[in-house]
Design a protein around this ligand. Structure first.
Ligand code: GLU
Length: 486
């Protein structure tokens, strides 16, 4: 293990969001690349919006993505607890120390006064910030007001006179002048630490070496650096990764597709395809390779190849990639992955053996991009087609004596031995030859009669799995129905 320690710090106020998942993945890749430690910390201090079921959903989402954590909920570790709501003593202790060292001062200003100050500054076109009034209070007045029970917040002393600079591993040098800084509040008047203070105390006490997070957090960084200074701690390295954008280059939202990772699982994406796709949202390798095994991305990942500007979420690319991954699955794996979807089909699994179902999965693997599409593609294996494709019927009607051809084929198939791909093919071709017609004139209506469709896997391999009984019955049913005559 190296000294590199990174964390993913979601707030459990919703399911795992696409943007958060990408942050988790980049942290995980960075940790694994450097043999560092990846920590999961749940930032559940917003008591109204945080819910245990969201924590559960986030953990499940990370597991689905194959992002495992070395320390955190359900993993343990030496720097716990890993829920902010259980870390109050760390924050109180750090606040105590700051007070003792005279690094903070009590601020008695009411929300109304702060609001008035802000309004006045804004109308004077100034950057709104605290004017330091309570820093000027005499010690005995402060003591008196505290003794009288007047509520107060704690602010960092004279932070608004400092300047802050850091070299961001994605954005480069960022400099913030004193006019942008403030005597920031570290504890609210109810005694609770502020968000930024809790994050810094956690990052220090968990030994975090690199903070990799979305650039929507970049405005917190100067504040956090001021807190590190007050606490006498060295800030970690920061990397602010670009936002995920929709195809119109606006911030990704529900308009552009689901923002919820679990939805992608439900829609039939493979986790490894989704993971691969996410790695390319902001990061790119030095060549144009796009399909990577997990180990390959771990080996190749580096923050200096993360683009400083937005990453576009291209759903068509994700779909394409999913199709690529589906085709790489072995037939048995394909069946295992597709079974949750297949089992919703009427007639599934019927009398098909596992071996036959693996064969069905193999035949359909080439024809779908999402696992959910398999229910539509595989239906006719498990139940008779209820209707036949219109165009297919119009075309079938052009086969002379169609009913007789289909009846003859049914009769031939009833005695075809062995009933395998080669045997079936021979039966179909012999029939076409005997009637002096091209094989296509038999093949197309047969596919239609058996599946209701005009496209699908190779006809003979499909018939082999369907089996003799289904083929014969469906051909006869087709003849009885005469659907091409309507
Ligand atoms: N809890 C924050 C969030 O969910 C992350 C804070 C951080 O990474 O510093 O966006």
């Amino acid at each position: 293990m190296s000294d590199i320690r990174v964390r993913f710090a979601p707030s459990p106020t919703g399911n795992l969001h696409v943007g958060s998942a990408r942050t988790a993945i980049f942290n995980w890749l960075f940790a694994r690349h450097h043999q560092g430690t990846f920590i999961l910390r749940i930032e559940d201090t917003d008591q109204e919006r945080s819910k245990p079921e969201y924590t559960r959903a986030i953990l499940d989402g990370l597991r689905w993505l194959g992002v495992d954590w070395d320390e955190g909920p359900e993993a343990g570790g030496d720097c716990g607890p890993y829920f902010q709501s259980r870390r109050r003593s760390f924050y109180d202790e750090a606040l105590q120390r700051l007070r003792h060292e005279g690094k903070v001062y009590p601020c008695f200003c009411t929300p109304e006064r702060l609001q008035d100050l802000r309004t006045a500054q804004l109308s004077a076109k100034q950057n709104p910030r605290y004017d330091g009034r309570c820093l000027a209070l005499a010690d005995d007045e402060v003591a008196q007001r505290i003794a009288a029970g007047e509520p107060f917040a704690l602010r960092i002393k004279a932070a608004r006179l400092e300047s802050v600079e850091w070299t961001d591993l994605c954005k480069g040098l960022v400099s913030i002048g004193p006019e942008m800084l403030d005597d920031i509040v570290v504890a609210k008047s109810d005694g609770y630490p502020t968000y930024n203070f809790a994050v810094v105390v956690d990052d220090i006490t968990m030994g975090i070496s690199h903070v990799i997070r979305g650039e929507d957090h970049i405005s917190n960084t100067p504040k956090q650096i001021l807190i590190y200074r007050a606490l006498g701690a060295t800030p970690p390295r920061f990397a602010h990764i670009p936002m995920i954008l929709g195809e119109d280059r606006s911030k990704m939202s529900k308009r552009h597709g689901s923002t919820n990772v679990v939805e992608y699982e439900r829609q039939g994406y493979l986790s490894e395809a989704f993971f691969n796709f996410m790695t390319l949202l902001g990061w790119s390798p030095s060549d144009d390779q796009e399909i990577f095994t997990r180990d390959e991305v771990v080996r190749r990942f580096s923050l200096d190849r993360v683009s400083p500007s937005g990453a576009i979420f291209d759903i068509n690319k994700l779909k394409w990639m999913n199709g690529m991954y589906i085709r790489q699955l072995s037939p048995a794996e394909m069946l295992d992955r597709a079974e949750p979807f297949l089992s919703t089909l009427e007639g599934y699994p019927g009398d098909y053996s596992r071996e036959q179902r693996v064969e069905i999965a193999r035949q359909l693997r080439e024809r779908i991009e999402l696992l959910t599409e398999i229910t539509d593609a595989a239906g006719y294996f498990f139940h008779e087609p209820a209707e036949y494709d219109e165009k297919g019927l119009a075309k079938a009607a052009k086969t002379p004596d169609l009913a007789a051809v289909m009846e003859d084929l049914a009769a031939a198939l009833a005695t075809t031995e062995p009933f395998d791909e080669a045997g079936i093919e021979a039966a179909v071709r012999q029939l076409a030859e005997a009637r002096g017609m091209g094989a296509g004139k038999v093949i197309h209506p047969t596919r239609l009669a058996l599946s209701g469709r005009i496209a699908g896997p190779g006809l003979f391999e499909m018939m082999h799995v369907l089996g003799r009984a289904r083929c014969v019955t469906r051909l006869r049913r087709f003849v009885e129905r005469h659907p091409w005559e309507f």
